[in-house]
Design a protein around this ligand. Structure first.
Ligand code: GAP
Length: 593
């Protein structure tokens, strides 16, 4: 008997997403476009639900966070000030043989023997005579990495292909040397051919604003939503009556011309971000107001923010908040992990950064980053725009008014020492003194904690987490594998399926329709009368619908008054069924979504 090959989990997930209308390839009828994805009917609902849960948790349920909805195209000066124009790039290398493009730091490290040739000469007499050019043109050096266990001829074959592409009919490789190498990223893992030296490739998509399309009109599609929050910080402060500490959050599209989009929607070129910039006082202001800054230690109570929290407690607080958010939509501690960046990985202005990771089928990868970014962003916009981004804090002014001159001098000296000790990004002494003087008067540029999550990555994470296969045996004894999408009810695209037992009994259909009409205004509900009840359950299981309701003859009262106006409520995850009065349905289901 032939055995069918088990497709890897990601292939099954991608296939289900297309079959059931979660995610489609963008522009599929024209062959697709790499790094762009569309959400089908179920995917659109799922994404909307995720967006909703984030927005609710981050702003509606809080007093200290407000929302923003900014444009995708903003003044290009924003991206210059933020550093994106100069430094938002990935290293890129091309295969010298196939021209395939790689993100240099994503090439799998390889070990083996490098075969190098100084060039090639034409070995075909006729071709040599025919083409003086081929004879005279200096051929470039080339190299191939040969993995252990492969014959040298296979490296030479790749070398010959390379020179054939450069016009040689029958190239003879010249000046061969070899060298052992370990963990090199300089060769194409697919064919061993040499890659070009890494070159920075700016990830921002650009366009032109206005009809003339001259270089002065160049603008960028935002590569992150965060910068609009910084650019509108002052307007929000002036219009919302929020005081530091407080946050501004935003959900919206972001665009990055990723060198190698991959892993389905994980690394896309167009995606959605959900970002919060939470503005806090500098620790020195807390020290003045509260006497000292509460130091974080393992087990510290992070449940309710306190006045004496400095940046580290706020950072830890947001890691805890975001972890609780994920648990609330079904992604518990068993599927999450954390990567704390070491001092060598941190940007010079960042104090700490942790990635919340999810165990995707293709590896444990970043779902969200939570960074403590100091006052870098607002200060950068203050310097570039010339518009002050600091706030005045009466409490801080009053606290410093009680400090002695010696205390103030000690703080200035401490700040100078901290600044001098910095390996990167230290400031001139006068800037530090100026900063302290402003602080003593109650003025400071707020520092920021930034939890930044990807909506599409989250959608992929919940889809991967929900994907479950169940083996069932049908009435004829045939085994089949069914997919059940165990999505948390809060995010499931459809909450309830409503079915009449039989579609050719008008009384059953009418009753089922009335149950549908009852639920529809409150819960996303799907009416289905096609096929056996088992098939209808299976369809809803694949869609991730947590509950199905069947209207049968008991509902109509045919088995007595006791069962009249009751329905079967079937639970997706264990297939269990119970009888419940129609009048109790909403009260039972609404609190669960
Ligand atoms: N403002 C900070 C910022 O943008 P980031 O780590 O570059 O930080 C934050 O992005 C989140 O956005 C990531 O954790 C990820 O969830 C999502 N993200 C980033 N690039 C993405 C891409 N190419 N495709 C899908 N999601 C992406």
């Amino acid at each position: 008997m032939s055995q069918t090959k088990e497709p890897p989990l990601m292939e099954k997930i991608v296939s289900l997403c297309k079959r059931r209308g979660f995610i489609f390839q963008s522009s599929e009828i024209y062959g697709g476009i790499n790094g762009f994805w569309d959400y089908g009917p179920l995917g659109a609902e799922l994404k909307r639900n995720l967006r909703e849960t984030w927005w609710r948790a981050m702003t509606r349920e809080r007093e200290d966070v407000v929302g923003l909805d900014a444009t995708i195209i903003m003044h290009p000066a924003i991206w210059k000030a933020s550093g994106h124009v100069d430094t938002f790039s990935d290293p890129m290398s091309d295969c010298l043989l196939t021209k395939k493009r790689f993100r240099s730091d994503h090439v799998d490290p390889q070990s083996g023997v490098i075969y190098r040739w100084s060039g090639a000469k034409e070995g075909d007499e006729a071709a040599r005579k025919e083409s003086q050019l081929a004879l005279d043109a200096p051929s470039p050096p080339f190299s191939v990495l040969l993995p252990a266990g492969k014959p040298p001829e296979s490296a030479r074959k790749v070398g010959i292909q390379y020179y054939q592409q450069r016009g040689f009919k029958s190239p003879e490789l010249q000046g061969e040397t070899t060298e052992k190498v370990e963990n090199s990223r300089a060769f194409n893992p697919e064919n061993g051919a040499q890659l070009t030296e890494p070159k920075p490739f700016n990830l921002m998509f650009h366009t032109f604003v206005g009809a003339t399309a001259n270089p002065d009109d160049k603008a960028y599609l935002r590569p992150e939503t965060a910068q609009a929050i910084f650019a509108q910080f002052k307007n929000v402060v002036d219009s919302s009556r929020q005081k530091v500490p407080f946050g501004i959050c935003q959900i919206g599209k972001a665009f990055r011309n990723e060198v190698t989009p991959r892993n389905f929607t994980f690394r896309s070129r167009e995606f959605e971000q959900m970002e919060l910039e939470f503005f806090i006082k500098p620790d020195e202001a807390i020290e003045a107001v509260c006497g000292s800054v509460f130091a974080w230690s393992e087990g510290a109570d992070l449940s309710v923010p306190q006045d004496n929290w400095g940046w580290e407690m706020w950072h830890r607080y947001w890691v805890a908040q975001r972890t609780a958010y994920y648990a609330g939509i079904g992604l518990g501690a068993d599927v999450l992990d954390y990567f704390w960046q070491g001092p060598e990985d941190l940007a010079h202005y960042a104090r700490a950064c942790v990635d919340i990771l999810f165990k995707f089928p293709f590896g444990t990868e970043e779902l969200e980053g939570i960074a403590a970014r100091g006052d870098f962003d607002l200060s950068a916009h203050q310097n570039a725009s010339g518009k002050p981004q600091d706030v005045f804090d009466e409490e801080v002014k009053n606290a410093f008014a009680k400090w002695t001159a010696e205390q103030k001098a000690a703080l200035v000296a401490r700040k100078q020492a901290e600044n001098q000790a910095k390996a990167k990004g230290s400031l001139p002494e006068t800037k530090i003194t100026e900063w302290c003087e402003r602080l003593f008067k109650g003025f400071y540029v707020p520092h920021v904690i930034e939890p930044s999550a990807g909506l599409d990555r989250l959608a992929l994470a919940v889809i991967a987490h929900a994907f479950t296969e169940v083996e069932k045996t049908d009435a004829k004894g045939h085994k089949e594998v069914l997919t059940v999408m165990k999505l948390h009810p809060r995010i499931a695209p459809v909450k309830v399926g409503v079915f009449p037992l039989l579609k050719n009994k008008p009384e059953l259909v009418a009753k089922a329709r009335s149950v549908y009409d009852l639920l529809k205004p409150h819960l996303t509900t799907f009416y289905d009368e096609g096929g056996s009840i088992g098939k209808r359950y299976a369809r809803q299981d694949e869609a991730g619908t947590p509950w199905c309701i069947t209207v049968d003859f008991d509902t109509l009262g045919e088995k007595g008054l006791e069962a009249k106006d009751t329905v079967t409520l079937r639970h997706r995850d264990d297939g269990s069924q119970e009888r419940i009065a129609i009048s109790e349905l909403l009260g039972r289901l609404l609190p669960l979504v």
